[in-house]
Ligand binder design. Structure first.
Ligand code: AMP
Ligand code: GLY
Length: 435
């Protein structure tokens, strides 16, 4: 069968690569894809993003089902449009994608259904937001309501930083903040402490199939310093999510979402990503929901997935997720992001990338390292940078240290002007093992 994956990042490269390994899948189209999906055997890029053209294409090619990677097409109603055209597609409908698209909606939903999260207030009026900050003091967190590609959050250590964030996101007339559309409202919330984990599941409206746990590294620089990014590296599993914690997350977070969305009249289908903060006492709070797989979490998680991924997605589309199981490689997978010069502020494009390993023609059976592309393009046969996060070098190892060493060994061979890369991906798990 032929499949279609929507998106152009490292997540989509990893999803398409894993889907292609199903013996029943002979082609995966990626729209629009990147330089990596262009080079991968069995994957084919499609330079189309318009919904109706994609629907026409899926019909004409007899695409068995479509998987949506990023949040923007979900929030714009892509799943609704495909379903209306009678096509199978995995993702939440537009109204359900609100769980990510509006932080205010997500917060109200969590309060209504008793899902633990930071206390918060929403503001449209800058003066009221400033007064709230003065009253609460720092540290405090300021978030733009709406999609801001991971850049709409300021964890302010001082009140001055929080005031500046409000001004940037919510200009006096409520219209001209730097976050554009996303800045019309701000959510100001309590600053949580602890260790973060990404808990990603597949949901078919009723049943839940958990993916392997993972941990992202959101800050640009080593030691979790510098600005927030989309994620500079990730590994799976996340040891902070013990088996006991795993059961609690399903019971206290995921199940209430599934039931709540049903009650709201918008049953949730698709990947759901709960960003969690787990404090030293083991208390769980939800930082955010994303209505999609994580990027870069997808890359290590897909490297560990041993089950036929296409079969799992089909089970989800048929409402049979209770009848399947996902099998994971027991090893650790760790992915290191190579980002472009100027990321996250203003990534430079067009730098030639040297030292990429040749794509493995045999696909990936037994492969212990894979270079997933994100912001790359092919210009005159040369792979060049074309986005903020450029590559994610992902490797398996018996321990987190071995996976880390292997990933950096390959990453160190790849170079482009201005390359940015953290050297400490996986540090929390390494530290934990030392104890
Ligand atoms: P979000 O997009 O809401 O996940 O926020 C991005 C990042 O900001 C999270 O991964 C956290 O590192 C941090 N963050 C968000 N909300 C809070 C909070 N209430 N307390 C502490 N850190 C937070
Ligand atoms: N890596 C964080 C995210 O996908 O939102």
């Amino acid at each position: 069968m032929k499949l279609l994956v929507i998106g152009s990042g490292g997540r989509e490269h990893a999803l398409a690569w894993r889907l292609k390994q199903s013996p029943r899948v002979h082609k995966v189209f990626v729209a629009p894809g990147n330089g990596g999906t262009a080079r991968e055997e069995g994957l084919e890029n499609l330079a189309v993003t318009d919904f109706s053209q994609l629907i026409d294409f899926a019909r004409k090619e007899g695409v068995a089902f479509t998987v949506v990677g990023p949040e923007a097409p979900l929030a714009a109603g892509m799943v609704d449009a495909f379903r209306a055209a009678g096509l199978r597609i995995f993702g939440p409908v537009r109204s359900a994608a609100q769980l990510e698209a509006s932080k205010d909606y997500a917060k109200q939903f969590m309060v209504k259904y008793g899902i633990p999260t930071a206390t918060y207030e929403t503001f449209t009026d800058a003066a009221a937001a400033h007064a709230h900050i003065d009253q609460r003091g720092a540290p405090i967190v300021v978030k733009a309501d709406g999609l801001a590609a991971g850049k709409g959050v300021v964890v302010a250590q001082t009140a001055a930083e929080a005031h500046a964030a409000v001004d940037a996101m919510l200009a006096a007339d409520g219209k001209h903040g730097t976050q554009g559309e996303a800045g019309h409202r701000v959510v100001i919330e309590e600053c949580l402490v602890g260790e973060e984990a990404s808990f990603i599941v597949m949901i078919d409206g009723e049943h839940v199939l958990p993916m392997a746990t993972s941990q992202d590294h959101k800050r640009l620089l080593d030691g979790d310093q510098g600005p927030n990014t989309g994620g500079m590296g990730a590994y799976s599993p996340a040891p902070v999510v013990t088996p006991e914690m795993h059961a609690r997350v399903l019971r206290e977070v995921i199940r209430p979402v599934v039931n709540g969305m049903k009650q709201e009249g918008t049953p949730y289908t698709g990947f759901l990503y709960a960003g969690l903060m787990i404090d030293p006492k083991g208390r769980i709070k939800v930082l955010e929901f994303n209505c999609r797989f994580g990027d870069p979490e997808t890359q290590p998680i897909m490297l560990r997935l041993k089950s036929d991924f296409a079969t799992l997605v089909e089970a989800a589309l048929d409402g049979r997720l209770d009848q399947v199981e996902a099998e994971w490689d027991r090893r650790v997978a760790l992915g290191v992001v190579l980002a472009a010069a100027g990321y996250p502020e203003s990534p430079r494009r067009g730098d030639a990338i040297a030292g990429l390993p040749e794509p493995d023609p045999g696909g990936a059976a037994g492969e212990d390292c894979h270079v997933f592309h994100a912001g790359t393009a092919i210009q005159d046969d040369q792979v060049v940078t074309a986005g903020g996060r450029v590559l994610c070098v992902t490797a398996l190892g018996d321990t987190v240290k071995i996976a880390q060493a292997r990933a950096y060994e390959v990453a160190d061979q790849i170079d482009f002007a201005g390359r940015q890369m953290r050297r400490d991906i996986g540090w929390r798990a390494v530290k934990r093992n030392k104890k």
